[in-house]
Design a binder for this molecule. Structure first.
Ligand SMILES: Cc1ncc(COP(=O)(O)O)c(C=O)c1O
Length: 424
């Protein structure tokens, strides 16, 4: 039997699969691919014992051909599901035409995507990067440049506790969670982390050194934490009053995830700067910052990227965003999200251990009175459903935006059975 990973996908399962302490200390059967991962990778990801080899729509398949309903969606990336025909077509056609040129030259997909984003948002100018963290870094650079030019050298950015803005050093400093910061001192300075959903905390932290406030409209990684309806409008008004920039990190909430193309639309506020990534490329890596004219202060040479805005990623991005807009995928996500939340709420009487269900659109969390999330992830996996452990006592559901009530019902059925098995 061929155990080499280069010998073709899907057949490399060892005949006698070794038992190994796998996902978070649990004994799991490891396939050959997982053995090799342990051998060659820095162990930074707590991977679930599943090797995905194929995806279509909201379904994926493992190396043995077992099918799963995917409610993880590449961590809120696969907005149109796996290998959506419009994304696959755009990528294949672009790959035959032009993949990369450098930003020394103009390329058409980049300009088309920029125009599409500007015409469908409240913002005026775009810069493309390759990931969420990189987009946020660019937003901070832009805010600092704005502070230098317009705010007497102000450079400090206020962010919130429980936020998540990425893994680069500066974004670790921006992210208000100790667990991400503690291993890496000294962190870049110029960030203040204050309580989320507390306008008083933002006001108290604002000084003559402040150039911007950056928040997620809904905190994703930090717990699917929804702000009070008044929080973002008050924050925007405060930023306007102080003349500082209001930055929204819509990397997780943007591109239809919460039921509108951008989450800010639901809170009746307009950011000065917005960052995007995740769902933007329909699975292909791309990040973007968008800014109002007044905040778009980068001059020639002040920011750049080799791969950012490459034709391949931008063709995927254009196809994805155009499809989402033309087919009101955000509106559909809103409806199916409400249906899913209702269904999850419906499980509460049977399972009193469920303490909370919350979310908007298809960014949904379910919290429990005990730390059962990991056991639930595994019980769902066994039953053919992929879900994300948000916290030891909470699950997150971030499926492709193209799911319907049928998939929601299927997930609810599996969750019901998984809860029964884990709790009893
Ligand atoms: C709100 C938010 N900002 C930034 C990031 C970082 O994005 P990336 O992992 O693409 O760097 C994430 C990723 O989860 C996110 O949810």
């Amino acid at each position: 039997m061929n155990n080499s990973p280069s010998g073709g996908m899907g057949q490399q399962v060892l005949e006698a699969e070794p038992m190994r302490v796998g996902w978070v200390g649990r004994k799991t059967k490891m396939s050959n691919w997982q053995e090799l991962e342990h051998k060659y990778f820095m162990q930074t990801f707590e991977r679930v014992p599943l090797t995905i080899v194929r995806g279509q729509g909201a379904r994926v398949w493992d190396e043995k051909g077992k099918e799963y309903l995917d409610f993880v969606g590449g961590w809120a990336v696969n907005s149109l599901g796996h290998c959506h025909p419009v994304v696959t077509k755009a990528v294949t056609e672009q790959a035959k035409l032009l993949i990369q040129t450098s930003n020394q030259f103009y390329t058409v997909p980049q300009i088309r995507l920029a125009e599409l984003l500007v015409k469908n948002s409240c913002l005026d100018k775009v810069f493309f990067g390759n990931s969420g963290a990189e987009a946020n870094e660019a937003a901070i650079k832009l805010a600092r440049r704005y502070g230098q030019l317009k705010l007497d050298g102000a450079y400090e950015v206020i962010t919130t506790l429980g936020s998540f803005h990425g893994r680069t050093l500066a974004m670790v400093a921006a992210t208000g969670q100790e667990k991400f910061q503690k291993p890496f001192p000294p962190l870049p300075t110029g960030f203040v982390n204050v309580e989320y959903n507390n306008i008083g905390a933002i006001k108290s932290a604002t000084t003559g050194k402040t150039c911007a406030v950056m928040v997620e409209p809904i905190q994703g990684e930090g717990g699917v934490n929804l702000p009070d309806d008044g929080y973002l409008p008050l924050l925007k008004a405060w930023c306007e009053q102080k003349g500082i920039l209001f930055i929204l990190d819509e990397i997780q909430t943007g591109i239809g995830r919460t039921g509108t193309l951008f989450a800010y639309e639901q809170y009746d506020v307009e950011p000065d700067i917005m960052t995007l990534a995740k769902g933007l490329g329909g699975g292909v890596p791309i990040g973007a910052i968008l800014a109002k004219e007044k905040a778009a202060v980068f001059a020639l040479g002040e920011h750049g990227s080799t791969f950012g805005g490459n034709p391949l990623a931008c063709a995927a991005g254009y196809a994805t965003v155009k499809f989402i807009i033309d087919n009101d995928i955000a509106g559909k996500a809103k409806k199916v999200g409400q249906y899913l939340i209702q269904g999850l709420e419906g499980l509460k009487p049977k399972f009193p251990l469920i303490t909370d269900v919350r979310g908007r659109g298809l960014l949904v969390a379910m919290e429990f009175g005990r730390d059962i999330a990991q056991s639930l992830v595994l019980a769902c996996l066994e039953r053919g459903l992929l879900v994300n452990q948000l916290k030891p006592n909470a699950l997150r559901f971030i499926p492709p935006l193209i799911i319907g009530t049928k998939e929601a019902d299927e997930a609810l059925g599996i969750l019901d059975s998984a809860l029964t098995s884990v709790i009893s």
